[in-house]
Design a protein around this ligand. Structure first.
Ligand code: HEC
Length: 115
């Protein structure tokens, strides 16, 4: 009886420790990846901000998933991706500001292999 309680305790602690670690890792990874993305495309889009990349991410995971899942933007040449984005931005009826953020976010994702 006593042994099983100890085992149960160890299991509970292990699960708690693992899940805490997982949450901490994933949230810091996301913040880090905006910084990495910003650095990667700053030379190309001098006025880009983390807020703009966040907007691009939210369009990509929001309006762009109304008809299909989130698409992998790395499997195209940049030229064909930009044509696709022109097309899809019309379908998604996003604003010019949202489209610019999406384009920059996609370029950053491609440059850094992040999401
Ligand atoms: C009104 C519906 C709709 C919306 C909104 C939409 N798409 Fe699409 N998208 C489609 C359809 C239909 C296809 C073609 C079938 C498929 O690949 O699922 C497609 C295909 C794609 C493809 C593959 C194109 C190819 O030629 O390989 C990409 C990439 C894509 N969409 C990205 C996006 C992005 C980014 C957004 C947000 C701006 C978006 N889509 C919003 C309907 C939509």
């Amino acid at each position: 009886m006593k042994t099983s309680k100890i085992i149960l305790g160890i299991v509970a602690i292990t699960i708690f420790a693992c899940s805490t670690k997982k949450n901490a890792t994933s949230s810091s990874t996301k913040t880090d990846s905006y910084d990495t993305q910003l650095t990667a495309i700053k030379g190309r889009y001098a006025d880009v901000t983390v807020e703009e990349l966040k907007l691009g991410h939210s369009v990509s995971t929001g309006a762009c998933t109304n008809c299909h899942g989130q698409k992998d933007v790395k499997g195209y040449t940049e030229e064909s991706l930009f044509k696709i984005l022109d097309n899809m931005a019309k379908k998604a009826e996003i604003s010019d500001k949202e489209k610019q953020a999406l384009v920059r976010y996609c370029v950053a994702v491609r440059a850094t292999n992040t999401k």
